[in-house]
Ligand binder design. Structure first.
Ligand SMILES: NC(=O)c1ccc[n+]([C@@H]2O[C@H](COP(=O)([O-])OP(=O)(O)OC[C@H]3O[C@@H](n4cnc5c(N)ncnc54)[C@H](OP(=O)(O)O)[C@@H]3O)[C@@H](O)[C@H]2O)c1
Length: 327
């Protein structure tokens, strides 16, 4: 079994969970952590058992023993940090949103392809057991075609102008942070929409604190995506199919619930409680690709990340969401 030396760039909140996931994987070696501050890197490395700690991202990227880097900085910096790591010959899995706009995403993809390095967007729901089961039912076709999807992701994030969620300079805003999930579901199962209507409400910083998008298809189908940092709407997706409905509830803290309502049958409800570190399957997928010599994952292909950012750009424009200097 080949073991891969992992690095973590930006040891913030989500990096804590990803590190827990890595610990579950026998082929993952917790190798190095890079922070803007050496004491933060040293603290994180010590708590999780990483071997090396760096007080600057460039030193992490230049570590010649490192195989693959997980990028967990704010999305405003994903393009810069991905290009840095690819430039040093490292494979990369980068948190969502992949970048701030399509131009940045396309540059990242082109750089990875030109260097023959793996690049993957860290979209974790498709790796979760409840999602995989829903995916298997939809893909089997036994409930027919997907006619409509209603997805929501909402929680209360107290306002602070400096918080990553509200600070435009850090890519703040509900669409890119959490609205990306219902939009991802719609893109996966209904494809690229023909028309888009979207409305957002804005925090004093100019970040969208809530957003509702209606995506329309030429054949008359509709889908809706809702995101909010204001209300506790929870996390869930309802798929309406020709012969039934599938409801995925992923709200914290109650675990995940999958309800399948096939026409004429009693609803079947399954509950899933993935381990706290539900991020392990994502990291496992990266190493599976590397074992196979693949430069991208068939679970989250780069073409999907391209289409997703293109769709997010269109929704942003429709809703009037602007990242100054980044459009
Ligand atoms: N997959 C998921 O479920 C999930 C969940 C939450 C967040 N995320 C994504 O993960 C990324 C990080 O989110 P998070 O909640 O972990 O954020 P966070 O706790 O604020 O951590 C981000 C880290 O980025 C580094 N950083 C680099 N430049 C920075 C800057 N200019 N300002 C602030 N921090 C900067 C900081 O680490 P150092 O200064 O120590 O280097 C900071 O700790 C976001 O893109 C977010 O969308 C994904």
């Amino acid at each position: 079994m080949k073991r891969y030396k992992w690095g973590i760039l930006a040891p913030g909140r989500i990096a804590e969970k990803f590190a827990e996931g890595l610990k579950l994987l026998p082929n993952a070696e917790l190798w190095a952590v890079g922070s803007r501050d050496l004491s933060r890197a040293t603290d994180f490395a010590g708590r999780h058992g990483f071997v090396r700690a760096y007080g600057c991202y460039g030193e992490l990227a230049a570590d010649s023993d490192l195989d693959v880097v997980y990028i967990a900085s704010p999305h405003s910096h994903h393009h810069e940090h991905t290009m840095l790591c690819l430039g040093h010959g490292k494979h990369v899995i980068c948190e969502k949103a992949f970048a701030l706009n399509l131009r940045e995403v396309d540059e990242m993809i082109a750089e990875a392809r030109s260097r023959g390095l793996l690049l993957m967007e860290a979209l974790w729901p498709p790796f979760q057991p409840s999602y995989r089961e829903a995916d298997a039912i939809i893909s089997s076709g036994r409930l027919g075609k997907v006619l409509s999807i209603a997805g929501r992701f909402g929680f209360n994030s107290p306002y602070s102008a400096e918080a990553r969620t509200y600070n435009l300079a850090l890519g703040g805003g509900s669409l890119l942070d959490i609205g990306i999930y219902p939009v991802m579901d719609i893109l996966r199962y209904m494809g690229i929409p023909d028309d888009i209507s979207a409305v957002a409400s804005f925090a004093p910083t100019g970040a969208d604190d809530s957003l509702l998008a209606v995506l329309g298809y030429a054949d008359g189908r509709r889908a809706t995506a809702y995101s909010s940092f204001i209300d506790e709407a929870g996390v869930g997706t309802t798929f309406i199919l020709e012969k039934g409905r599938i409801i995925l509830e992923r709200s914290r803290p109650g675990g995940q619930l999958l309800t399948v309502e096939a026409d004429g049958k009693e609803p079947a409800v399954s509950s899933f409680n993935p381990p706290a570190s539900g991020f392990a399957p994502e990291a496992a997928e990266v190493m599976k690709c590397l074992d196979a010599g693949a430069a991208e994952s068939s679970m989250i292909p780069l073409s999907f990340s391209h289409d997703l950012m293109q769709l997010l750009d269109r929704i942003r424009i429709a809703a009037g969401i602007i990242y100054p200097g980044r459009d």
